[in-house]
Design a protein around this ligand. Structure first.
Ligand SMILES: Nc1nc2c(ncn2[C@@H]2O[C@H](COP(=O)(O)OP(=O)(O)OP(=O)(O)O)[C@@H](O)[C@H]2O)c(=O)[nH]1
Ligand SMILES: [Mg+2]
Length: 424
């Protein structure tokens, strides 16, 4: 087995922070997702953060001692650090210093498979590095200049900065082009009036597993194998947006989208750079907010997701709250709690997937009722529409037309009124 990078975790617990015991657990999972190994962690309780070194000087010396003793390669801070903070820390600690943002960007970089994903990660990385190029010299110059404020490094810094800015605008252009392809597809869906349901949630909630369960419920084994998405027990298993067509119980089609998971303190560079990927959420007709019911930080993670969704969509979109992984608790009790706004499911065991689809159908298309219909011979194409798109029962042809039973959505009743014989 290859040697993993040995990491030491460092965090500050501010007196103003909400109680959050699992913070380090999440940082550990992030490190593991980046293929690192956590050897130890340190938390310092403070009133505020130290502008120069993030944690206090004394604590930093403790970190330096740990690094030596445990042979640490990398010290990971659970927050975003400025360029000068990183440099100041590195002066005392003999190891590579990275922050939470850097770590998340690193995981994203490892996972990005498509051209668009890779460009988005690169854009986020460049935006992250741009302000961190600014060295001590330019910091001084910003504080009012004076002797020594334009050091010898300044020239090179300017060149680097210019190059990065050029690269940023180049990537932006490429992403805009790729966005046009998605625009065209979306416009077609809108023209065909196919509603979109966005599955959103904290990373590892089970979004991709849910999408797979929905697909599996409708397609044969071979089709399912082709359409299934990657789902795995790790943070940020998904980095792209995947769309899958699913037929709702009444017969109308919908598209479900699965996208990158959210996390607390998701770097703004990522939210901005991943606009293209996250955009589908903005056009959703309904948002399915998926929550791991066993999550020890459920409330905090739920709020994090809601806030990010609000930020991305910037408008009110109806939300259906879905609690996942009920198989891990006593599911019998919980299942009876489902309502029109909150559903309890197990994506893994495919429990209550039908109920979820029924509820989505209702939220998107309204009530439906089963009717007996008679369609005359001169409009058999309407019957074939039903035949292809709906479940038709008790089908009987006679000399004047076809009799059958099918469900109608409430806004179809008027359209087919002349063919309705009665309710079933
Ligand atoms: N027990 C149980 N595990 C589940 C359930 N749904 C998903 N999981 C597991 O949870 C882990 C994460 O599932 P994913 O579907 O990859 O989660 P995700 O929300 O897509 O995660 P990211 O893409 O990383 O944000 C996997 O190991 C799944 O098998 C469930 O209903 N019950
Ligand atoms: Mg996923």
């Amino acid at each position: 087995m290859e040697d993993k990078e040995k990491c030491l975790l460092v965090a500050v617990q501010l007196s103003s922070d909400k109680e959050d015991d699992n913070d380090m657990e999440e940082l550990k999972e992030l490190v593991e997702a980046a293929d690192g190994e956590v050897v130890s962690s340190l938390v310092q309780n403070r009133q505020g953060i130290d502008n120069r070194t993030y944690i206090g000087k004394g604590k930093l010396e403790e970190v330096a001692a740990y690094v030596k003793e445990l042979g640490v390669d990398t010290v990971v801070f659970n927050d975003e650090l400025s360029g000068s903070q990183i440099r100041n820390i590195e002066e005392i600690v003999d190891a590579k210093v990275i922050d939470r943002t850097n770590l998340i960007l690193d995981i994203f970089a490892k996972r990005a498979l498509t051209k668009e994903g890779q460009l988005q990660v690169e854009l986020a990385q460049l935006k992250y590095s741009l302000p961190r190029l600014i060295g001590l010299n330019s910091n001084l110059s910003r504080q009012g200049g004076g002797i020594g404020s334009k050091g010898p490094g300044e020239q090179k810094l300017e060149t680097d900065r210019r190059k990065i800015k050029e690269k940023i605008s180049d990537i932006q252009n490429q992403l805009n082009e790729l966005g046009k392809v998605r625009d065209t597809k979306r416009k077609k869906r809108m023209k065909d009036e196919i509603p979109v349901i966005s599955i959103v949630g904290y990373t590892n909630a089970g979004k991709s597993t849910l999408l797979n369960a929905l697909v599996e419920s409708q397609y044969n084994k071979e089709e399912y194998e082709n359409k299934k998405v990657f789902a795995h027990d790790m943070l940020f298993a998904t980095l792209e947006t995947e769309l899958r067509r699913v037929r709702l119980p009444g017969g109308r089609e919908a598209v479900f989208s699965d996208t990158v998971g959210f996390i607390k303190k998701l770097p703004t560079q990522i939210v901005e750079a991943f606009k293209g990927t996250l955009e589908e959420i903005r056009f959703a007709d309904l948002i399915v907010h998926l929550i791991d019911i066993n999550d020890e930080n459920l409330q905090l993670h739920k709020e994090t997701t809601s806030q990010l969704v609000e930020k991305i969509t910037n408008k009110e979109i109806p939300v259906l709250t879905v609690y996942n992984k009920v198989d891990k608790i006593l599911s019998e009790n919980v299942t009876t709690f489902s309502t029109n706004d909150i559903i309890y499911i197990s994506a893994l065991n495919k429990y209550n997937i039908d109920l979820l689809l029924e509820t989505v159908d209702y939220k998107i298309n309204g009530y439906k009722t089963k009717y007996s219909l008679k369609i005359p011979n001169n409009d058999l194409k309407t019957y074939y529409y039903f035949y292809e798109n709906r479940t038709t029962d008790n089908v009987e042809f006679d000399e004047s037309g076809v009799n059958f039973d099918a469900v109608l959505y409430e806004n179809e009743v008027e359209l087919y009124e002349k063919y309705i014989k009665g309710k079933k």
